[in-house]
Design a binder for this molecule. Sequence first.
Ligand code: FAD
Ligand code: MLT
Ligand code: ZN
Length: 479
Amino acid sequence: MLPSDHVQAFRDLLGGAGVVDDQQRLTTYTTDQRQLFTGSTVAVLKPATTKQVADVVRLAVRLGVGLVPQGGNTSYCGGATPNASGGQAIVSLERMDTIREVDSLSMSISVDAGAILKNVQDAAASAGLLLPLSLGAEGSCRIGGNIGTNAGGLSVVRYGMTRDLLLGIEAVLPDGTIVSDMRKLRKNNTGYDVKQCFVGSEGTLGIVTGAVLRLVPLPVRRATAWLKLAKDAALAELLALVRHESGELLTTFEFISARSIALATGAMANPPSVDAGPGGAILVEFASSSRHLDLDHLMEAVLSEAFESGWVEDAYLAQSGAQRAAMWELRETIPEGEKRWGGSVKHDISVPLSSIQRFLDVAGEQVRNYDADLELSVYGHLGDGNLHYNVLAPQGADRIEFTRLIEGSLSLRLYDTAAVLGGTFSAEHGVGRFKRHLLEKYGDAGRVAAMRRIKTAFDPENIMNTGAVVSLFEPESVR
Ligand code: FAD
Ligand code: MLT
Ligand code: ZN
């Protein structure tokens, strides 16, 4: 537990607005997004400038206080949640939310790390540009959290993950040193790419305070279609066909099972009248910044080839912005639909696209063998080989107990299957506190050893988000 004079020392540094220690307000910061774990802290620290972040870090080192960086607290693996000891303070970047600059010609945006993703998207759009990072949590997640988790989302198939969008960074190392590399350069081969160390580091290597992100021309034409898949549709082959024939204009290729559609529509006020075929459904979108391309025509041509293949039974092309928005809303409401249902055990797997069908076949059999009554909600970023292979909690079951039970048994079989196929147990949600044991189990030993060395080099005092991702030492047990 932090002594109260430590909290006062942080208050002296940050002023009254910079420290929250009212127990009631603390719980929103100490409980993870999925409400699987509530940690403990005596204070949330809210610096307003990069210098204040550095001062906080230096004081924390001096006092021996652990720090947990936090953005929007929307991540899924407990990486933004302090442990139960009460010895860690949360550093929330929510007061650092300025859009510093949009440079239209360099096609970049420079922001504080506490800026909400949606606000950054909007600022880019006002300048006729697109920040091509889009996810269901965009109204509350923050750029520092997106960098911390290397967020993916719904247009990775075209634009890549957060890692691919990061041009420059400003960050505070665990001894208070400020890394100030907010350059907008596409090319800069001057040694180690330090900014990339922070991507996916989940707050364990330092606190990101600013970022420069790559923008692309804002699409003015879009064609959006909903495909009903035939039984046994060859998913990877269909994707290859669509990707090839769309001439690099494919931005989204999301798989949605019938069960996931039902969950989402159940949570929507005005659900669109779309459904799945026997093989599920695909939300596909092409986008272009050129007014001269007829994307509807292109989509129709691609879809007619898809029909010929026999993999697609039926398709609807969105006829208006409202129809397009409704299809997107359905896709983005699936997590909320699962929550309303009573929760799910999430498996954020990815495998090489060539093995996606094999994964679905083997995993389906594993689930049936485990318990034929279990229901699945399968959906996700098929274009990236990444599926959310979620097991629904049976009605009336205790969600947390069910999660523990499945994660200790069936989940490991599913992860084994992904691993055997050359895949991973966490494609986009990270490791955090909840999946450390999986990193130890499935991670390449050399890679995990390299991660430990990086952690030791950046954070020898072990103050930065201790307990998340990887420990300095080989753990006897991480769970
Ligand atoms: P937080 O949860 O606050 O933190 C995440 C991690 O980053 C923590 O380890 C934290 O310590 C660290 N961190 C936070 N800020 C900083 C900082 N300034 N410096 C250093 N480290 C920091 N994720 C996807 O990838 N794709 C999706 O499609 C997707 N969809 C989602 C849909 C919904 C409805 C929800 C609730 C979540 C979804 N997520 C998705 C997960 C989540 O939104 C992302 O992981 C997001 O990037 C987290 O951002 P955040 O600001 O909430 O980070
Ligand atoms: C999504 O793709 O919607 C999220 O990453 C998955 C989730 O929220 O479960
Ligand atoms: Zn996802």
